[in-house]
Ligand binder design. Structure first.
Ligand SMILES: *Cc1c(COP(=O)(O)O)cnc(C)c1O
Length: 369
């Protein structure tokens, strides 16, 4: 039986890419804000309904740059329940992460626990819209305003998610999306910062190009974070197909919900009807009365060539560079610790066929497939 992975990246049609490649080959403009970079940036802003976008080679460099753009130092409050790049972006800036526990239902940082973690050194909050499901943006913004903190969203999972007021990416001071191969929208590797105003976009554009403002002026110790023309051309094509891809994800997601919601001991995450989701992931939580434990389920699926993933286990705080921090102890993070031991993300991608999905469903229920 064909192996089923947690995701299978979408690709544009090769024949659609070919004329763009010919164009790039003949122009010899390969990077540094060429035609496809400009086209993709503009198309993204329109598609997402945001003012300003700055493209990056990947989301990790974008996160590192976002923290620099806002001149964040000292301590930053963040979540342990995320991909490790969230916290790594702080260490790359010499910032100390302060981990705060997550909310039981959303699995996002718990606003009720943020205030107690603020110290005179705290300068910002780095929150994550985990699985593309919105943080409590109002509550977090209120805390940021009260204490004069910057607010950055790692929105790596949240491409295209809308709340009742529009794009989820408009919240906070800056939001970062990822176009890594495994994400809802991919440019093989890639990322972007969503900026609220032209000035912050300009500063970010300088920072991602070594700090160059013009040929002879360097205003900051910037990095090389630029997206190239090949990635940008792929982005233009992927964006044209993203609506269909998200609809296909929605179909898969709804079928899982129908088939798995009544399974004893399996908890699915609630969907807020006010949110237009991107159906990025399908996490399930294996509770005590399920027919087996989470790791047993993970191994059971593997025997049927189904490769689910334990996002996010281990917690970021379990890795050696974070383990010794005072906020990393499991007593400080009881909810995140428990959820990391329960979660499993099932295969979810636009091309997952009904018969393959039914293999997954049957195996989750404990059957042979
Ligand atoms: C994927 C991911 C990143 C890193 O994105 P890259 O584009 O691979 O650098 C950062 N944060 C989260 C939450 C992610 O899932």
């Amino acid at each position: 039986m064909e192996p089923l992975y947690v995701t299978r990246p979408q690709l544009p049609l090769l024949e659609d890419l070919r004329p763009m490649l010919e164009d790039i080959w003949s122009s010899r403009v390969l990077t540094n804000g060429g035609k496809y970079h400009q086209r993709f940036e503009a198309a993204l802003a329109t598609h997402l309904g945001v003012q300003h976008v700055s493209l990056f080679a990947n989301a990790t460099i974008a996160l590192v740059t976002a923290l620099q753009a806002l001149r964040i130092t000292g301590e930053v409050i963040t979540t342990p329940y995320s991909f490790v790049a969230t916290a790594h972006s702080l260490l790359w800036n010499g910032i100390r992460p302060i981990f705060v526990d997550i909310d039981e239902e959303s699995l996002n940082i718990d606003p009720a626990k943020i205030e107690a973690a603020i110290t005179p050194q705290t300068t910002a909050i780095l929150a994550v819209h985990c699985y593309g499901r919105p943080c409590n943006v109002e509550a977090i913004q209120k805390i940021a305003d009260t204490y004069g903190l910057k607010l950055i969203y790692d929105a790596a999972h949240a491409f295209g998610v809308q709340d009742s007021g529009g794009s989820l990416l408009r919240h906070g001071d800056l939001s970062i999306v990822s176009f890594h191969a495994t994400k809802v929208m991919n440019t093989f590797e890639g990322g972007a910062i969503i900026c609220p105003d032209r000035r912050s976009k300009e500063r970010i554009d300088h920072l991602k190009n070594f700090g160059f403002v013009d040929e002879v002026t360097v205003v900051a110790p910037g990095i090389n974070g630029k997206m190239n023309e090949l990635q940008s051309a792929i982005g233009v094509l992927q964006l044209a197909g993203i609506g269909d891809a998200i609809s296909a994800r929605q179909r898969v997601s709804l079928r899982y919900q129908e088939q798995l919601s009544a399974v004893a001991g399996l908890k699915l995450l609630e969907n807020d009807p006010a949110i237009e989701s991107n159906y990025a992931y399908f996490p399930v939580l294996v509770e005590r009365d399920f027919w087996c434990g989470r790791d047993e389920l993970y191994e059971h699926l593997k025997r049927f060539n189904i490769f689910a993933r334990r996002y996010f286990y281990p917690l970021i705080t379990a890795f050696p560079m974070y383990r010794g921090l005072p906020s990393s102890g499991s007593a400080n993070l009881p909810v995140a610790t428990r959820k990391a031991d329960q979660v499993l993300c099932l295969p979810l991608y636009p091309e997952l066929s009904i018969s393959d999905q039914d293999r997954v469903i049957a195996a989750v229920k404990g059957g042979r497939v």
